[in-house]
Write a protein that binds this ligand. Structure first.
Ligand code: G4P
Length: 265
């Protein structure tokens, strides 16, 4: 509904899962609009992976901005990047003498990609959350950036169906899906198996475990033992160890890790 009212659409993506954190409907809905993707959380993603994703999106005609919204790295380049993206349009306005026209950009992003943090940094303000709770408006929110630029903030909505099981899994790993509805044990095993294959040595370094074991569950067991995750009766507390590994991943303690790369798509 609002797309007709904006000059460009900007998707905030998680640099660790740039495809899984995109709403699959957006491409179709925004066809014909100048588009930008923000690869956010670059501080948590593998720099090599981010470089490849930036190239991937640029090749598809998107403007790309790399950002760490938490510390504000990259966010200052946003306004300039929008003007560059809309250069032809702005030139046409200038030729018609419409120099004061405000450029409007719709901001999209699924939960937990850092959309609010990004908008706050770009707008230089403290709080901005389009929340899904009573009393907080879910309608459109225009956020002024400067004299000629306004953002349309939208609620972070996660699409209800994941056709690809891996998409759901990656979204769960970055914390976009509530942990209460997840199987943390399974999630950690998937993460362990991915790390073992793509970031060999990471688990060994963090938990002082051998990565030579065959099955991910054996690695989880070793981590549990190293970290004293035991229940009464000296039984291994797999869930505690699983939560620990996931928390270490989410908080960056396992290093900078990208969970999907362009070629694999
Ligand atoms: P959302 O609107 O997309 O749902 O996400 P939001 O901005 O609320 O950010 C969710 C969490 O992610 C926040 O942490 C925020 O600080 C953090 N975050 C946002 N962008 C980045 C980034 O580029 N890098 C890193 N490392 N973190 C980022 P929080 O723990 O919920 O809050 P706080 O303790 O940081 O205030």
């Amino acid at each position: 509904e609002q797309i007709k009212n904006v000059d460009a659409v900007c998707e905030i993506l998680d640099a660790r899962i740039p495809v899984s954190s995109r709403n699959p409907d957006v491409d179709e809905l925004t066809a014909g609009k100048p588009r930008m993707v923000v690869l956010n959380r670059v501080d948590q993603a593998d720099p090599e992976g981010t470089k490849r994703w930036a190239e991937h999106f640029r090749a598809k005609g998107y403007a790309v901005l790399e950002s760490d919204a938490k510390s504000g790295v990259g966010t200052a380049k946003f306004a300039g990047a929008v003007r560059e993206l809309l250069a032809d349009k702005l030139r046409a306005y200038a030729e018609k003498g419409m120099t004061g026209r405000v450029v409007r950009v719709m901001i999209l992003g699924i939960p937990n990609v850092g959309k609010s943090t990004f908008i706050n940094k770009v707008a230089g303000r403290k709080t901005a959350k389009t929340e899904d709770r009573p009393g907080v408006t879910r309608s459109k929110q225009w956020v002024p950036i400067d004299r000629n630029l306004e953002l349309l903030d939208t609620p972070g909505i996660l699409w209800p169906k994941f056709d690809d099981q891996m998409v759901g899994l990656r979204l769960a790993l970055i914390g976009s899906i509530k942990d209460e509805i997840l199987n943390i044990d399974e999630l950690s095993l998937e993460l362990i198996s991915y790390l073992k294959e793509n970031y060999a040595g990471t688990l060994a370094a963090r938990y002082e475990v051998e990565e030579t074991v065959e099955r991910p569950v054996e690695l989880l067991e070793a981590i549990a033992q190293k970290r004293g995750c035991v229940q009464r009766g000296n039984e291994i507390d797999y869930s505690k160890a699983a939560a620990l590994v996931i928390d270490d991943f989410r908080s960056g303690r396992l290093g900078r890790i990208t969970l999907e790369l362009p070629e694999a798509e």
